[in-house]
Design a protein around this ligand. Structure first.
Ligand code: GRF
Length: 195
């Protein structure tokens, strides 16, 4: 399976995914695409020998459709079987989502369906939750909706700041996303629950 990974920032999840696709793994990374030219993940992907591309959203202004058409053109040139959103910070329209229906995944730093959207860790702390975590889900037209393919949980400790919690969740993301991809790439949609 050919996997394209979309990023907007440091790309730590992209690195974890790319590092996992070795040996007899059924998938290989064929492209890392960013909407931000200066994303740290682009340099990391290049260092790993993975093809990269940048399609900035800014030149398209408010024309989401034109931006997404450019994304699709660049992505489809790499003939991906699976699209992994990994810290990709643009909201995608149903046009884009339908184009990759059933083969696009995203990782979200909360225990969905709780805390869709942004500032997930601050919201969990504010709510007084005693645990937080991350979720990998199939991307559907509903933002951070779609069938959940895996979750990982961490405790929220007294005095935790959002950064403390992010630092505890991120390593779990780096374990969960590769585990979900390895299963998803075989066509198995059974949710992964990390030990
Ligand atoms: C992570 O918290 C991830 O859950 C969210 O984007 C953040 C940065 O991810 N989707 P990365 O380091 O760019 O992979």
């Amino acid at each position: 399976k050919r996997v394209a990974i979309l990023i907007s920032g440091s790309g730590s999840n992209m690195v974890a995914l790319a590092d996992s696709m070795t040996g007899d793994h059924p998938a290989r990374p064929v492209l890392v695409l960013s909407n931000v030219a200066t994303a740290g993940g682009i340099a990391k992907a290049q260092a790993m020998g993975i093809a990269t591309a940048v399609v900035e959203h800014k030149p398209f202004g408010r024309d989401r459709e034109a931006f997404e058409a450019a994304l699709i053109e660049t992505l489809d040139a790499a003939r991906p079987d699976i699209i992994c959103l990994a810290g990709f910070m643009r909201i995608l329209t149903p046009t884009f989502i339908n184009h990759y229906a059933g083969r696009m995944l995203n990782i979200h730093p909360s225990l969905l369906p709780k805390y869709k959207g942004l500032d997930t860790h601050a919201r969990a702390i504010e709510a007084g939750d005693d645990e937080a975590g991350c979720s990998v889900h199939e991307v559907t037209a509903e933002l951070d909706g779609g069938p959940i393919l895996g979750q990982a949980r961490v405790p929220i400790l007294p005095g935790d700041t959002p950064d403390d919690l992010a630092a505890r969740v991120l390593p779990m993301e780096h374990r969960l996303y590769p585990a979900v991809l390895a299963r998803f790439a075989t066509g198995d949609r059974t949710p992964v629950v990390l030990p």
